[in-house]
Design a protein around this ligand. Structure first.
Ligand SMILES: [Zn+2]
Length: 478
């Protein structure tokens, strides 16, 4: 994605210009934006917060408002084996287009931490992914519904995603973070999700009961509840409620879990159809099924085939609009596993890979046919002072940065590198100033967004292999 406004804004203020109509051609204006633009209301990202009453009057929409087109395919497979799966395309949503492959910045609680939504757009972010579980607990999905939906609430007029909350429910359920780790581990046991009074969540056939991490209140998530919450949040792309297992679970548990996730998927399709029908005043929301199956080829392929063909029990016409690839992925197996899944999924629907952002992983996953990605790592690492660069990681707090009176990464085109030195960033971190997080996050998010933009361009012009070799070669030499 090239954001034509970004270059022009490099030296400008990355903030809001209240009340002005933006001339920046932010991803094709959505239908509702065109409505605003034709009236007196200013539009695009620099508009002021929308009156919720207006948002409720948006024209109704249909599944036809969501689509995916492939523009160009990779000519060779990423690893030199099998059929090529990578592609460049465009996802069209009611709130604008997403040129793929695309990295989607994460705004868990309806904010990309330390960033104005306007800044996220300026650095080329095409969409934002928020978390249904967090927003359900705070401020409440009903409140966001009342505000006019997630995008309106956070003043983001582009496309939005919400994940189903399944991952958070499970990660709290198992009670400790390391089991969600994607690292290989020889120890396998279902103890991590077996009966355990200490954990915050419990999985059964019908759904998940969990305790709020905020106040200990008990809540119940079922496929139906997850769909209702995600319809209230109103994101353009939402995910079916799935059970996210870990590499530590036994094969037997993985089998049971994949089967349960498919049963939940049918219920999600039915509830999605009911909600879509009951809320005709809202733009159409695309529902993605989530493929699980851990590291097992037969389970991954079976899960993908099953979800590709699935319809609701009652809503026989309702199918998934796209797919998420979730769960435990060993880093060394990433391309192989994503390849298994994408060989089974229909080619004409988009595929979102949950939770990756490392440069080498992006090349591998894109070559294996993934279209969009999200990950908290770029912003989380930025807030800790770990900065990405074209020649490898830089610790912004290191003594080597103290007198570096040049941009953190002289090859970077972000707002931070255009206007501030590594020495200044170092000072902000050492002084524990809030601005450190903002400037650092702008840089890391832009680094990943730009890398994926360049990968997309390389697919279109047939230079993917060269770009991969050059980029990863430089990182490896560090
Ligand atoms: Zn930069």
């Amino acid at each position: 994605m090239t954001n034509p406004g970004r270059g022009a804004n490099r030296s400008g203020t990355p903030g809001v210009s209240p009340g002005t109509t933006c001339s920046r051609p932010f991803p094709a204006l959505p239908a509702d934006c065109r409505e605003w633009a034709s009236g007196t209301r200013s539009c695009c990202l620099n508009r002021r917060v929308t009156d919720p009453a207006d948002a409720r009057d948006l024209p109704s929409s249909s599944p036809a408002d969501f689509s995916f087109e492939i523009e160009q395919r990779l000519e060779t497979a990423g690893d030199g084996e099998g059929a090529p799966l990578g592609r460049a395309g465009v996802i069209r949503t009611p709130h604008g287009d997403i040129e793929t492959p695309a990295f989607i910045p994460v705004g868990t609680k309806a904010t990309v931490k330390a960033m104005l939504p306007e800044t996220v757009a300026d650095l080329g972010g095409q969409a934002v992914l928020a978390n249904a579980y967090h927003l359900f607990l705070q401020p409440g999905s009903d409140l966001i519904d009342e505000a006019g939906g997630l995008g309106t609430f956070m003043n983001w007029s582009g496309p939005t995603f919400t994940d189903s909350g399944g991952f958070q429910v499970m990660s709290l359920g198992v009670g400790f973070k390391k089991v969600i780790s994607m690292e290989e581990n020889a120890y396998q046991s279902d103890e991590v999700i077996a009966e355990n009074k200490e954990r915050l969540a419990h999985v059964d056939e019908d759904g998940v009961t969990f305790k709020s991490f905020l106040n200990g209140d008990r809540h119940r998530f079922t496929p139906e509840v997850s769909m209702q919450i995600q319809h209230q949040l109103g994101a353009d792309i939402i995910f079916a409620f799935d059970e996210c297992t870990t590499l530590l679970n036994t094969r037997r548990y993985q089998e049971d879990s994949v089967a349960r996730t498919e049963r939940w998927a049918v219920r999600c399709l039915d509830e999605h159809a009911r909600q879509t029908e009951a809320r005709p005043h809202r733009p159409y929301q695309a529902l993605f099924g989530v493929v699980q199956g851990a590291q097992y080829e037969d389970l991954r392929r079976r899960a993908a085939r099953g979800l590709a063909e699935l319809t609701g029990d009652e809503a026989r016409d309702q199918r998934f609009d796209g797919f998420g690839i979730g769960g435990a992925l060993e880093k060394s197996q990433l391309g192989t596993i994503v390849g298994w899944v994408n060989e089974e999924l229909p080619e004409d629907k988009p595929r979102h890979l949950l939770g990756i952002s490392e440069p080498e992983d992006l090349f591998v996953a894109i070559a294996a046919g993934a279209d969009t990605f999200d990950c908290v790592a770029p912003s989380r690492q930025a807030r800790g002072g770990t900065m990405y660069s074209s020649s490898g990681r830089i610790n912004a707090k290191a003594a080597t940065q103290r007198r570096r009176f040049e941009p953190l990464d002289p090859e970077c085109d972000c707002y931070t590198c255009a206007n501030y030195t590594a020495a200044y960033l170092h000072h902000l971190f050492k002084a524990k100033e809030m601005l450190a997080s903002t400037l650092a996050t702008i840089h890391n998010e832009r680094y990943i967004v730009r890398l994926v933009e360049r990968i997309r361009a390389s697919i279109v012009d047939g230079t993917f292999a060269e770009l991969r070799e050059e980029t990863l070669g430089r990182l490896a030499r560090r």
